[in-house]
Design a protein around this ligand. Structure first.
Ligand code: B12
Length: 467
């Protein structure tokens, strides 16, 4: 495509015309609860380096620079294509209700100031609003979901070596509308090398790096967007690749804490057992945490994961009332949470429970039930969120439209929440004064404490220190 000499940069730019150059931009600037390493872009870069070694790939991170510097960097790099990753669209926190879309507009304008190269959008947040965001942010192309092979296919097609109609998940403009091609398949061999330029920044500020062990989620929680981003079919990533990446991270950078970013870690016990045994055999000092569903976890599985480095369990519990769990579409009940929490406590693994208070089907009585049951769990931290963020194409959105609670015309890009009329936020806050457990509300600022602990060299999410 635009393999023309760069006439916009102030300095002379030497380019190899045979080899296209792609610049990946991580647009995320949100640093709560900590700055998150732009993992999606590292997966893309690692895969592109392996599968298309001739393609030149550079990476720019907006957590490390402002708009002016971005323009200068883009001018200097003179890419043929720019791929912008949009991880978060908003903060999913009804108290603050921050939207990042305007900020992404600024990022893309800063890119455009530095180049005329086509801008390709992608990422978890992008994948939830593909047509809407392509139009809003004036991107040239978008790719929904897993980006590795699709990005190669798109650039090859734009270079004249393939058909745009063959690119999985491609979104493109069609007059005032957009066209979205469905995804037909997934790759089974992703690869990951952490970017040496980024590692120190994130390790210092967040005390962890991140890696996936599997993709996809088969659960049918009524509000959840994960299956829409990653697909419903669970794909395990190659065990040797995960171990090699962690070995390299330890040997080259001293990284000894990672978060497994799987939507739910405990989806495939056989795979998790192989992974754990391989980690144990490798003898790395690496500790890890992950999101778990609070069921289908036996004492022996947990003990094995612990031996393989598990120190932090983050449970997507959401409620401790069976009526609410049922209306949220959760595949477990209160008794499962109690049992799993007890097993984790017996083994001394830290646990936190993420909660959705006042979501679909919640009543005054079920809220009280959750609070009462919360006090019966082993010592833990609760992170409650209020109301449910409504995403397009979820069962929640469809039901709300059917019941006249949501207009079918609402594109939901501006954060929209369902909140049960029975949830009284101030009443809930004061009710917490009688709670035995530690509840951290979204507007409690823990950054000072966390910063102090990081300066003391503590690694991991650190919520265990605020119990
Ligand atoms: C793990 C996770 C977390 C962990 C991260 C831990 C860690 N150390 O990494 C924690 C708990 C800290 C967290 C926090 C938050 N999270 Co979060 N998180 C996730 C989760 C489950 C996985 C993200 C991930 O790393 N995936 C693995 C990587 C490899 O995938 P990826 O980044 O999506 O990249 C792939 C594709 O998207 C694509 N791709 C990526 N970029 C690009 C760019 C281009 C051009 C292309 C073509 C393709 C492409 O290719 C990549 C490889 O296949 C997702 C849900 C999900 N299933 O995606 C939510 C998710 C991303 N989080 C979300 C949000 C909102 C947040 C918070 C704002 C919540 C809060 N208030 O605290 C914070 C923000 C943190 C920050 N500083 O940015 C939302 C974003 C949607 C939205 N409404 O904005 C998601 C989608 C969950 C949801 N609610 O639907 N999160």
């Amino acid at each position: 495509m635009p393999n023309a000499p760069d006439s916009r940069g102030a300095s002379t730019v030497f380019r190899d015309f045979a080899v296209p150059h792609l610049t990946l931009v991580s647009a995320n600037r949100f640093t709560t609860p900590y700055p998150v390493y732009p993992l999606g872009l590292s997966y893309l870069k690692s895969y592109l380096n392996r599968e298309w070694p001739d393609l030149r790939v550079s990476l720019v991170d907006m957590n490390m620079m402002g708009g002016k510097e971005l323009t200068q960097r883009i001018q200097g790099l003179a890419p043929d294509y720019v791929a912008v990753s949009l991880r978060n669209i908003d903060d999913v926190d009804q108290i603050h209700k921050r939207s990042f879309v305007e900020g992404y507009g600024e990022v893309i304008r800063a890119v455009r100031k530095g180049t005329q190269a086509p801008v390709i959008l992608g990422g978890a947040g992008y994948s939830l609003f593909p047509e809407r965001l392509l139009t809003e942010l004036e991107g040239d192309f978008g790719l929904v979901g897993e980006g590795e092979q699709s990005l190669i296919d798109l650039i090859r097609a734009l270079e004249g070596g393939g058909e745009l109609t063959q690119v999985d998940g491609l979104v493109r403009r069609d007059g005032v509308d957009c066209q979205l091609q469905p995804r037909c398949g997934y790759i089974d061999n992703p690869t990951l090398t952490f970017d040496p330029e980024l590692v120190a920044h994130y390790w210092q500020r967040s005390g962890m790096l991140n890696i996936q062990t599997k993709r996809g989620c088969p659960h049918k929680c009524v509000y959840c967007s994960y299956p829409l981003i990653d697909g419903t079919r669970v794909r395990n990533l190659p065990v040797e690749q995960i171990v090699t990446t962690l070995r390299e991270a330890w040997d080259s950078h001293g990284i000894d804490y990672v978060f497994f970013t799987d939507s739910v870690f405990n989806l495939n016990p056989d795979f998790n057992e192989s992974l754990s045994r391989a980690l144990i055999k490798e003898g790395l000092p690496t500790k890890w945490g992950a999101y778990f569903a609070p069921h289908r976890l036996s004492a022996s599985q947990l003990a094995l994961y612990q031996q393989a480095g598990l120190t932090h369990l983050e449970f997507g519990t959401e409620a401790l009332s069976d009526i609410t769990l049922e209306s949220y579409g959760k595949p477990f009940r209160v008794k499962h949470v109690q049992r799993t929490a007890e097993l984790a406590a017996d083994l001394g693994i830290h646990q936190a429970h993420f909660m959705i208070m006042g979501g679909w089907g919640e009543t005054t009585q079920s809220i009280e039930e959750t609070l009462v049951n919360a006090d019966t769990l082993a010592d833990t931290v609760f992170f409650p969120y209020f109301g449910m963020r409504v995403y397009p194409n979820t069962l929640l959105a469809k039901t709300m439209i059917q019941q006249g609670l949501l207009s079918a015309e609402d594109d939901l890009l501006a954060p929209r929440y369902y909140q049960s009329p029975d949830l009284d936020l101030e009443g809930f806050r004061s009710r917490l004064k009688a709670a035995r457990q530690r509840w951290v509300l979204p507007d409690e600022d823990l950054s000072g404490n966390i910063e102090m602990l990081r300066k003391l060299g503590k690694r991991g999410p650190l919520w265990e220190y605020i119990l």
